[in-house]
Design a protein around this ligand. Structure first.
Ligand SMILES: Cc1cc2nc3c(=O)[nH]c(=O)nc-3n(C[C@H](O)[C@H](O)[C@H](O)COP(=O)(O)OP(=O)(O)OC[C@H]3O[C@@H](n4cnc5c(N)ncnc54)[C@H](O)[C@@H]3O)c2cc1C
Length: 530
């Protein structure tokens, strides 16, 4: 049920428990749907409406390494950032959780096995069929095969959602299910409760009036930056005895992926190269081939976890992006501009149009024009740094009374050496396979600090409420519960200790699948047994 007035939530459903989710974005809506499927009443409080919205410019500032995502990589509306993302699902590797002595602070309180045990169910919940999980099957579908590389390099596929926006994908369930309650245009500004038990959240309506919404458990799903902002604001509110007031990890260890172009690529064998690296399509899902190092190689070379993908740039790249967006908009009723633009872009594709359609329909691949410039782009993790953090400026408040969020994104200096080492592995392996040769940028070869300035964030904001063994080194425990509380949880990449090479959201969703199991199996039970 979509609600616009909080009066409709005054009385909880009789008998059952109520879970309150703060933020109706990607992980919040996923959590809500999974809880409702298990019979739980859920109330989602979303500060935005149904149309795409942004956070007010006066509500945040970036003062460290320039961070685009705080401005461009977040959405304030139902479905949250899933209205902007591509919906690319990527798994973490065992090495990411185990703790590495060359990456300080990298050991998670949960193991890879505990998280990976929820990957398959998370794919199923997101509508990814089982046969799509086998890379060999997918390559076979597109007339290709996986390639075995030397140098400890492995080829892997990422899987993309057919409908990336979760507010679109779940629209009918939200509309029709009486236990799936979503209150729009109300902002959560604080908490109420005593002795570690949260009894209600404080929300502000569209007229600026404050209300309390009660519940049995509360799940913070407001996105990395807003989660830190809310927790820090609550801790700074003198009138409330905040359980996490003295936890100095709140807001700390903010991370994002570092991305950038690292080498120009010269193809040695066109047919095999494109069979290996061009994107596959199957039943409306995309599968993108990427490369990474095996766990074993990461352990022996003691470098950070990085992935690489091919970037194809051609004279019609922009037209293809437009056409892709047009088709998506037409299929899922999002906004799109008129037919004039469509014909202009189709005309620009000119002679490429027929091969493009042939490739898609007959060969199940995305077409890449033969004249494309190809480069190798990387996405890598950064060292977790306590000084890289989100803080608040209580002197500057937004219209809802929340203090300004200040992001001081910091990145260490050792990442560049890892990127060079990784790119050299790629070069040797691609040459040995007879596929391609890389020409590394001089700045990278010479480890010049100015290379770091060419790297930017990838809208994968993480940390700020990281998981820890105790409150001395984290904000939430291994069950995602905020230390000092009995019933407040954090979901999303805010709880991550490290970010792997992989896009963060799929692992965040797998952790939600795990949390839903805990919340809906015998009360007071825990999935904590190691
Ligand atoms: C262009 C782009 C492409 C991306 N591609 C990928 C990808 O392919 N794969 C991947 O893994 N990741 C990708 N990401 C990152 C991914 O989109 C995010 O990691 C993910 O959507 C975050 O989900 P979330 O639920 O934590 O936050 P969000 O989806 O941002 O949701 C948070 C919600 O909380 C609401 N909210 C905030 N504060 C309050 C408050 N005080 N009260 C009430 N409501 C509040 C917000 O309005 C929002 O709806 C991409 C991001 C962008 C921008």
């Amino acid at each position: 049920m979509l609600l616009t007035e909080c009066a409709e939530l005054a009385v909880p459903a009789t008998g059952g428990r109520r879970t309150v989710i703060i933020g109706g974005g990607t992980v919040g809506l996923y959590a809500a749907r999974e809880l409702v499927k298990r019979g739980q009443e859920v109330v989602v409080i979303e500060c935005g409406g149904q149309a795409l919205g942004n956070f007010a410019p006066e509500s945040f500032a970036s003062v460290g390494k320039p961070h685009d995502g705080i401005r461009l990589g977040r959405a304030r509306n139902l479905g949250g950032t899933s209205n902007l993302w591509g919906g690319q699902l990527v798994e973490f590797q065992p090495v990411d959780f185990a703790g590495r002595d060359w990456v300080p602070d990298s050991k998670w309180p949960v193991t890879y096995a505990e998280v990976a045990a929820h990957y398959e169910r998370t794919y199923a919940n997101l509508g990814i069929p089982r046969e799509f999980l086998d890379d060999r099957q997918v390559f076979k579908h597109a007339g290709g095969a996986t390639t075995d590389f030397t140098e400890g390099l492995e080829l892997f596929l990422t899987r993309w959602l057919k409908v990336p926006s979760l507010s679109v994908a779940y629209a009918e369930e939200i509309r029709s299910h009486e236990k799936f309650k979503v209150l729009l245009n109300h902002t959560v500004v604080g908490f109420a409760g005593a002795n570690g038990a949260i009894t209600a959240i404080r929300i502000v309506d569209h007229a600026g009036k404050e209300h309390l919404i009660g519940g049995d458990e509360f799940i913070l799903a407001a996105g990395t930056i807003e989660i830190a902002r809310l927790l820090l604001h609550a801790a700074a509110t003198p009138s409330w005895d905040c359980p996490w007031r003295n936890n100095e990890n709140v807001g700390a260890y903010f991370q994002d992926h570092l991305v950038g172009r690292v080498a120009a690529l010269e193809v040695l064998d066109r047919r095999r190269f494109f069979n290996t690296f061009s994107t596959i399509v199957w039943s409306g899902h995309k599968f993108q081939p990427k490369i990474r190092l095996t766990d074993q190689t990461l352990q022996s070379s003691r470098i950070m976890n990085i992935q690489a993908m091919m970037s194809f740039e051609s004279s019609i790249s922009e037209n293809l992006v437009y056409l892709k967006q047009f088709v998506k908009a037409a299929l899922y009723s999002r906004k799109f501009s008129g037919l004039g633009d469509l014909f202009r872009n189709l005309r620009a594709c000119g002679a490429h149009l027929l091969p493009l359609m042939w490739k898609y329909v007959v060969q199940n691949r995305i077409f890449v024009p033969g004249t494309s410039k190809i480069s190798l782009n990387i996405q890598g993790e950064q060292t977790p740094l306590k000084a890289s953090r989100i803080s608040i400026d209580p002197a500057v408040k937004d219209a809802d009374g929340l203090p300004k969020a200040i992001l001081d994104w910091r990145v260490g200096s050792e990442e560049i050496a890892s990127i060079r080492e990784f790119t050299l592995h790629c070069d040797r392996a691609l040459r040995a396979a007879g596929l391609a040769r890389l020409h590394l940028a001089d700045w990278l070869m010479n480890l010049e600090p100015k290379f770091a300035a060419t790297l930017h964030d990838n809208y994968h904001q993480s940390g700020g409420a990281r998981m820890g063994e105790t409150e001395k080194d984290g904000v939430v425990d291994r069950d995602l519960r905020v230390f000092g509380t009995t019933n407040l949880y954090v979901i999303g990449a805010a709880s991550f200790r490290t970010t792997s090479n992989a896009n963060v959201t799929f692992t965040a969703l797998a952790l939600v699948t795990r949390l839903v199991d805990r919340l809906t199996s015998g009360r007071g039970g825990s999935f904590s047994s190691r």
